[in-house]
Design a protein around this ligand. Structure first.
Ligand code: ADP
Ligand code: MG
Length: 392
């Protein structure tokens, strides 16, 4: 994980040689074509097509039960698809055995051998591989250095912290120089702080090794922070594939829009006529903006809700100072104010709606119970039709 590790490669012919041969294989692309998996009546994965580019860090993201692990296990060969086809590199593997696929998998639980030392655990995956003792030692040392666990080689798992054990588990994955890494919620057993640090380390390591990676998580923030691209799943179906920015800026449907982003996007039922009317009519507000005629739901991200006026003052404290971009003002009650240090989240209420505004500064007079006027950034509105598809 430090820059020295690359230099050590250059000095060690064994490591350099292994690395060169690994380069040819470790950037295998993975292609899923119309994959389906059912367990009796349960359709766990439905008509899934997805190409993971060679060397890419792809995150499979979605709520619990949406089919992420099943998909990963089909790539690994631990499950056979009911239908469809899987290719790794230029080879079809749909029905081949896991050990013939040249992949490594890290599971949620680290599954280290408690009675073996760290060295023993790291060596284990090399098992039946045809490597000399020298090569074996070199691989262990090299892997331990990459993960900065050289000092732990003679310890047993029970003597390690959660984070250290997790590194050893990752070490076991990379030591064989697989064609791809498959990781299923590898950080879920770590505490919050360690999770954030470890995800950066995994990302850094993946960039250093250049190995194709498919990484499963239900945590959108984790996905956003490590992925080259994210594949969002829901209910067995692929919803959208794109870079974190694409998924955030242009979600293809209401599910993706609501799943990505914290606090989440706020949704309003609307009817589009002259301007956009927030429903129900009893609380109607006409926004002076245009949306496609068949818009049924308006989506607004908290950072696109701006404070215009408070009981104390006009604020024009809009982070985007272009007032022309804002819709007309709408009066709301402030329910809760949550200071985040570098920003504030305001929970606002209007009629039956509660929604969130995220603002940099808290203007005078804004307190729970106060009425404020807010407006939406017209250029950042999301519109969905009756089926939930994004139409703007
Ligand atoms: P995720 O990893 O996204 O939480 P899974 O892929 O584990 O979801 O599960 C997807 C769906 O398939 C769930 O409804 C789950 O109950 C079902 N499922 C997974 N594995 C099995 C199995 N071996 N037998 C029956 N149903 C299963
Ligand atoms: Mg799972």
């Amino acid at each position: 994980m430090s820059s020295e590790t690359t230099e050590i490669d250059d000095e060690s012919p064994t490591a350099a040689e292994t690395d060169r041969s690994a380069v040819e294989t470790k950037r295998a692309g993975i292609s899923l074509s119309n994959i389906e998996k059912s367990y009796g009546d349960v359709l766990a994965v439905e008509d899934l097509s997805l190409d993971v580019e060679p060397g890419e860090f792809l995150v499979l993201l979605g709520p619990s039960g949406c089919g992420k692990s099943t998909t990963l296990r089909m790539i690994a060969g631990l499950e056979t698809p009911t239908d469809g086809r899987i290719d790794i590199g230029d080879e079809e593997v749909t029905r081949t055995l896991p050990q013939e696929r040249g992949l490594s998998m890290v599971f949620q639980s680290y599954a280290l051998y408690p009675h073996k030392t760290v060295r023993g655990n790291l060596e284990f995956p090399l098992g039946k591989m045809d490597v000399s003792d020298e090569e074996r030692d070199a691989k262990v040392e090299h892997t331990a250095e990459l993960l900065e666990i050289e000092d732990l080689l003679d310890k047993k798992p029970g003597q390690l912290s959660g984070g250290q054990r997790q590194r050893v588990a990752v070490g076991r994955t990379i030591i064989r120089e697989p064609r791809a890494f498959l990781m299923d919620e590898p950080l879920s057993n770590l505490d919050a702080q360690l999770r954030v640090r470890t995800r950066f380390e995994i990302r850094e390591l993946q960039q250093e090794l250049g190995t194709t990676t498919v990484y499963v998580t239900h945590d959108q923030e984790e996905a956003m922070s490590v992925a080259d691209r994210i594949a969002v799943m829901n209910d067995g179906e692929l919803q959208q594939v794109g870079t974190p920015e694409e998924i955030y800026k242009t979600p293809t449907n209401e599910f993706v829009a609501g799943f990505i982003g914290n606090p989440p996007m706020c949704f309003f039922d609307v009817s589009v006529g002259e301007g956009v009317e927030l429903l129900p009519n009893g609380e109607s507000v006409r926004l002076d903006t245009t949306l496609p005629a068949d818009t049924e739901t308006l989506g607004v991200r908290p950072e696109d809700v701006h404070l215009l006026r408070t009981p104390a003052a006009d604020v024009a404290n809009v982070s985007r100072p272009d007032l022309d971009d804002l819709t007309n003002a709408m009066t709301c009650a402030v329910r809760v104010i949550e200071p985040l240090g570098n920003a504030y989240e305001l929970e606002l209420a209007r009629g039956e709606y509660t929604f969130t505004a995220r603002v940099r500064a808290l203007p005078e007079g804004v307190s729970p119970g106060a009425d404020v006027e807010v407006a939406f950034d017209r250029t950042e509105l999301h519109a969905f039709d009756a089926t939930g598809e994004a139409i703007r």
